[in-house]
Design a binder for this molecule. Structure first.
Ligand SMILES: NC(=O)c1ccc[n+]([C@@H]2O[C@H](COP(=O)([O-])OP(=O)(O)OC[C@H]3O[C@@H](n4cnc5c(N)ncnc54)[C@H](OP(=O)(O)O)[C@@H]3O)[C@@H](O)[C@H]2O)c1
Length: 318
């Protein structure tokens, strides 16, 4: 149905996820790719989005544009997280539908599932209980995107599908300590402590929560799989199906970075959801499976961090 010359718009193509999608699409021979930075096209601006679709007429849209952040940013800027994400995705989804786009891949995250949902998280647990309060705004915005795409499938019979990746990491991640996710934050903290010979590193929470991490190139491979196959359902989890404690994650990163000091767990800071593991059997049964293990992925990310230390991304919110 789609060929290497299909015009594919990757929204958010300079972000961690978008740039991985762009790299892997290019490596697989897709050459008709469209991308705009937020300065060139602010996706919160409905008129600008409409104009872009009218002028460039993408055939497929992959939505990797979002206001993204870790626990601290989510907690402090709930308005930006709900409103900007709804604006971005509403403009993209609605304009794509009205422009005749047949295939739309929407990216959400595992935080759409209830805080205390049974583990591992299955797609059908969506909207069965209350959300984790620290990222409720972000999750609600993402849920509305999933539901809009589901409604389009049902009402207009178009291939609009939502993928929910677990925690992602890799090249081009955000390493700002105020807005980043746990894994890049730890890489930066251990690296800086090693460089400054700091005897200890303080990390948020108890270290007890369990989390799952997917290398971003594995996610990009799942996007290609979704592009090249018409998936039968509206919602799919993406992950490794394996989780570790935050403490184990910290020790793994500490070892890879080569930091010799002590870890102090700051239990005055929130832990977030106790456990978040995706049930990925639905997507695995169709044929996609992750390939990169956590140690290799962290090693790759740390090497990238060292090679790009002068220009690592530090997302500020205002
Ligand atoms: N990171 C994770 O762990 C994770 C986990 C699960 C799901 N996801 C999902 O993956 C997607 C991408 O996340 P990411 O980690 O790649 O985030 P990211 O690195 O922060 O990238 C976000 C992208 O969105 C673009 N963007 C933000 N606001 C925009 C606006 N108003 N107009 C146009 N573009 C805008 C940014 O463009 P500029 O750089 O040009 O400003 C950037 O390219 C999100 O939907 C997220 O929910 C991420």
């Amino acid at each position: 149905m789609y060929s290497k010359k299909t015009k594919i718009y990757v929204a958010g193509h300079k972000g961690m996820v978008g740039s991985a999608i762009w790299r892997i699409l290019s490596a697989n021979g897709y050459y008709n790719l469209l991308g705009k930075t937020s300065t060139e096209l602010d996706l919160r601006n409905q008129e600008a989005v409409k104009q872009f679709f009218t002028e460039l007429q993408p055939e497929v849209v992959i939505d990797a544009a979002a206001r993204v952040g870790g626990i601290l940013a989510n907690n402090e800027f709930p308005y930006q997280f709900i409103m900007e994400n709804m604006q971005i995705q509403n403009n993209l989804i609605d304009t794509a539908l009205k422009s005749g786009v047949e295939k739309f891949i929407f990216l959400g995250s595992s935080c759409i599932y209830p805080k205390l949902a049974p583990q591992p998280l299955r797609e059908e647990y969506l909207l069965t209980d209350v959300l984790e309060s620290t990222n409720e705004s972000y999750a609600i915005a993402k849920i509305t995107g999933v539901k809009a795409c589901q409604a389009i499938r049902k009402q207009f019979n178009k291939d609009y599908v939502s993928l929910m990746p677990t925690n992602l990491y890799g090249p081009y991640d955000n390493f700002d300590l105020n807005t980043s996710h746990v894994l890049p934050a730890m890489i930066r903290k251990f690296h800086e402590a090693k460089e400054t010979k700091n005897p200890s590193v303080s990390l948020w929470g108890s270290g007890k929560p369990m989390r799952e991490f997917l290398f971003v190139d594995d996610l990009a491979a799942a996007i290609i799989f979704t592009l090249e196959n018409k998936l039968p359902d509206y919602l799919y989890n993406l992950g490794t199906g394996e989780d570790i404690t935050i403490k184990e994650l910290a020790e793994t990163i500490q070892k890879i970075v080569g930091y010799q000091g002590r870890i102090i767990w700051d239990t005055s800071k929130p832990d977030g959801t106790p456990r978040k593991l995706m049930d990925v059997s639905k997507m695995n049964s169709l044929g996609w499976k992750h390939k990169i293990n956590l140690k290799d992925g962290i090693q790759h990310t740390y090497t990238w961090f060292l090679d790009n230390i002068e220009r690592i991304k530090q997302v500020k919110i205002n």
